[in-house]
Write a new protein. Structure first.
Length: 256
């Protein structure tokens, strides 16, 4: 093969493969609402753009099997970056689902077009809220720049390194903390409301507490939810940039 193939064509294919992995899972890029043709055009366009910006060594693999292994590795790295970037949104959705379960409105689950899976009303609403927050904090730009910067820092072999495990465990730790902090105020108040209704039912056995408890639980939950939206927004503005910055730092090797 010609030198141009090793220095230009193969690196371009590697870049497109990594961008394609990113577009499968990453927030906004991987939304099932985007048509496949449009997503393919986005992958090719961003791939050409990243190819002109990234510093990529020539790929000397001449065989089809060797090139396929390289492309699969690049695709996996892009998917890993997209997965890590999606974790803050998963945390917010988890908090919303916990709220919905405590408010007893999580029984009818529906298909969530943002994730392609089933979610309750509050979980789906909080996912939309988190998507807006992700865009506002510059998550789309940081995701793309992290992918471009990863070519000089993350070769395909880095998927088996200790750094990805350390990053994943750290993000999962923050994910659960973030989700519980989002849902904890409402859960705590609903627990107090349940205890108060239990005492009322104990003192007034003739009262049908089930017919009163469910509407009251939903009403109290909605009131607490509306009152706490500002606090939830503050937590999102604190945790989400930190988590996105951690992924960017891992991908590029540059402290944010």
């Amino acid at each position: 093969m010609s030198e141009l193939t090793h220095t230009t064509l193969f690196p371009l294919l590697a870049v497109i493969a990594r961008i394609a992995g990113l577009a499968i899972i990453a927030p906004v890029f991987g939304s099932p609402a985007i048509p496949k043709i449009v997503r393919g055009a986005i992958v090719v366009t961003l791939g050409f753009s990243a190819w002109t910006m990234a510093s990529i060594a020539p790929i000397q693999e001449a065989s089809l099997v060797g090139l396929s292994v390289v492309l699969v590795g690049e695709f996996a790295i892009g998917a890993a970056i997209g997965f890590f970037m999606a974790l803050p949104l998963v945390a917010v959705q988890m908090g919303g689902s916990m709220m919905g379960q405590q408010m007893s409105i999580a029984l009818p689950s529906m298909l969530d077009p943002a994730t392609g899976g089933e979610s309750d009303e509050l979980g789906r609403g909080f996912m939309m809220f988190a998507l807006v927050g992700f865009v506002v904090v510059g998550g789309i730009e940081q995701t793309y720049l992290a992918t471009v910067g990863s070519f000089s820092h993350l070769p395909a072999a880095s998927l088996a390194s200790q750094s990805i495990i350390t990053t994943l465990t750290g993000l999962l730790d923050v994910l659960f903390e973030f989700g519980f902090r989002v849902a904890l105020p409402l859960v705590a108040i609903l627990m107090l409301q349940t205890a108060a209704l239990a005492m009322v039912a104990r003192s007034m056995p003739q009262l049908n507490i089930f017919s009163v408890g469910l509407p009251l639980r939903i009403l109290v939950g909605l009131m607490v939810l509306v009152a706490g939206l500002g606090i939830i927004g503050t937590m999102m503005s604190t945790f989400m940039p930190d988590m996105v910055g951690s992924v960017s730092e891992w991908a590029t090797g540059v402290a944010q």
